[in-house]
Design a protein around this ligand. Structure first.
Ligand SMILES: [Zn+2]
Length: 375
């Protein structure tokens, strides 16, 4: 597989040395691979008043079970995250309960939150034409766009089309990241316009929107678009889960009423490495999509096994298993039963074991976007 070497990593909270020859303190099973932990730049951990759907603790436990060392959380919580008070409250909740490193996006807001330790801003379709969004075009912070023009939200799911996604890219300028692209045209236009992109596993794999379980925004496209989207594995900058948990009572509502969202934060990394183990994509590409790419977009020193970088590490084994969630409050996803060839043996967050062989440990992650007082 090319880039794989045998060696040792010396680390505390950060990676201190990488050596070819050494006497290891801890010997791993022979077939294990040591890789940078995943960086998931699009999750909804819920918590606060939505804790009945998911808590920071259950969502991040699920994340480390899936080899993720850093999650960045979306602001459409109750209450919403869009001013100094709510951002600080959210950061405290994450500091107390997150089992991996974290960051938060603010919603588009009239309040000045630019100097707070946020990862950037989330722009939803309904924000696209707002004055506050236009003002953000000059902000140096990252803006992450849910790419759909506002009209897409108005006339029913059956009328949602890819042009509504594509058209939204012409509405924004500046340092934008286009999240969960559902089709190759969006991805290529985004790159032409100088934006970065990610895609989700469910937009590739789920066979159409057939029920509440498969209902998600933006919608799963038809088989032709999904097949073309496979090329995106070679062209996108990152993968993300868009982990969006809902209570089973909500997902049991009639199709027209149930909320959209798929919650499979632990699926992405084992899935992408399964593709690498099967020879579909090179191993270096799997690292790029799951960790190096998103870290570069977020501008954080994680996502690579490199001296001085955060010691966020995943130990993977080649192992056949079928996917299901384990720690999330969500027990049903449309990816359940998907055959995987890569399983997470251990996840290390800033040098501490957060997940090891079926056990989650209550380590505390930190806000990697808080540049004050960090080693
Ligand atoms: Zn989302």
């Amino acid at each position: 597989m090319g880039d794989v070497v045998e060696g040792c990593l010396g680390f505390d909270r950060r990676i201190r040395e990488i050596k070819r020859e050494c006497k290891p303190d801890l010997k791993l099973p022979n077939d294990s691979l040591i890789l940078p932990a995943g960086v998931d730049m699009h999750v909804h951990l819920r918590g606060l008043e939505l804790s009945y759907k998911e808590t920071v603790s259950s969502g991040t436990s699920e994340a480390v079970y899936g080899g993720i060392g850093l999650v960045v959380d979306m602001p459409n919580t109750v209450p919403p995250i869009n001013d100094e008070r709510s951002i600080n409250m959210r950061l405290r909740e994450l500091a107390d309960h997150s089992r991996c490193d974290y960051g938060v996006y603010s919603g588009v807001t009239k309040h000045d939150v630019e100097s707070l330790p946020i990862a950037g801003y989330k722009v939803f379709p309904e924000d696209i034409n707002k004055e506050e969004t236009i003002q953000l075009f000059t902000s140096k912070k990252l803006k992450i766009l849910h790419p759909e023009v506002p009209v897409a939200l108005r006339y029913g799911r059956m009328n949602r089309r890819t042009w509504q996604e594509i058209a939204s890219l012409y509405e924004v300028k500046g340092r934008f990241h286009i999240t969960h692209v559902t089709n190759l045209d969006t991805l290529r236009l985004a790159k032409d316009l100088g934006f970065t992109t990610d895609l989700t596993a469910h937009h590739l794999l789920v066979d159409g929107e057939r029920n509440c379980l498969t209902k998600v925004n933006p919608p799963i496209r038809d088989a032709t678009e999904r097949k073309k989207l496979l090329t995106a594995l070679f062209e996108a900058d990152a993968v993300a889960s868009d982990h969006a948990p809902h209570a089973s009572a909500e997902k049991s509502l009639p199709y027209e009423l149930c909320p959209p969202g798929i919650a499979a934060v632990s699926f992405t990394l084992p899935f992408i490495y399964t593709l690498a183990f099967r020879g579909v994509i090179p191993l270096s590409r799997a690292v790029e999509l799951t960790s190096r790419g998103p870290s570069n977009i977020l501008n954080v020193d994680a996502g690579e096994l490199r001296e001085g970088y955060l010691a966020n590490i995943v130990v993977l084994r080649k192992d056949r298993w079928r996917y299901s969630t384990r720690y999330s409050k969500v027990t049903q996803t449309p990816l359940d039963g998907f055959p995987l060839d890569a399983s997470v043996h251990a996840t290390i967050v800033e040098g501490k074991v957060s997940y090891l062989e079926g056990q989650v440990y209550p380590v505390r992650g930190s806000n990697v976007f808080d540049k004050t007082g960090r080693s």
